[in-house]
Design a protein around this ligand. Sequence first.
Ligand code: KG4
Ligand code: ZN
Length: 347
Amino acid sequence: MTVVLGIESSCDETGVGIVRLGSDGGLELLADEVASSVEQHARFGGVVPEVASRAHLEAMIPTMKRALAGAGIELSDVDAVAVTCGPGLAGALLVGVSAAKAYAAALNVPLYGVNHLAGHVAADTLQHGALPSPCLALLVSGGHTQLLRVDDLAGKITEIGSTIDDAAGEAYDKVARVLGLPYPGGPPIDQAAARGDRCAIAFPRGLTGPRDARYDFSFSGLKTAVARWVEARERDGEEVPLDDVAASFQEAVADVLTAKAIRAADDLGIGTMVISGGVAANSRLSALAAERCAAAGLELRVPRPRLCTDNGAMIAALGAHLVAAGTTSSAFDLSADPALPVGTVSV
Ligand code: KG4
Ligand code: ZN
């Protein structure tokens, strides 16, 4: 049995997760502690990189202590350390990478610098077990919106499509601002949408014309359409039906994401779809995906919301898959790579 520690610091959550890899290759989640600096960014409407780095520095050791105590283990029980080395905010990543190096060196255990995006996909294996090969991953977060073909979590991940402008989560955050809802915008829009009519307003579905890229996404036009619609009502002195706007916006996002993901799975002959990343916590996205996957005969896997948003457990899980696959560990001169491509699962 191997105990893997995972450290995540790519954005505004300091995550420390601990996973036990069994001799049968199964994963057991021992701890998943997250300290978020989201409240410090809320008044700016988005993450402020310097504030995030400082918060990681302050939260790292307390979060580590909580994770070890929760798992009921000592640092000396750790057999390997995995850390997000990209993509993400440079200064924020550096805090996690430096901490991981220090722990791995002090404990004399291997260090794995891993890809945050592959980590989001790996999160699902903590809840639903090993992924079938191949599977299609729809990764939807604040910074990324991608369709990935996953042949092997420990090595072969290929991008099929991605957003050409805003990420899905970014669109949620920007629309929330237009509607006067707090940051991050996903949860309050999700709640408002539950009270609204998703057919009330026909917002545009980006890149869905017959000549548009089959697997790429665009959410910038949708965001602008929502802003224009709201502005027009305000200009005329009319009340903005916030719940209906939220529900109609959310429907446009969920419709395009699920339609394109199912089209890709169909074209590639893939039978399983995994949705992960912060926006996977969205209630309408998972409901519509379930409906459409069932109709298309696809297996759908969506991890619980806590595993969808940024956390250290997903990084520990990916580290454990690398250990199980016998992947060479990282050198100690490992550096953070803010633009690490999704195809590079470990460095
Ligand atoms: O994966 P994540 O925690 O961090 C990044 O790697 O970006 O994703 C954060 C994003 C934010 O944009 C947030 O608004 C969105 O996930 N989000 C949601 C929901 N919960 C979080 N979007 C829609 N519905 C939700 N329930
Ligand atoms: Zn993320």
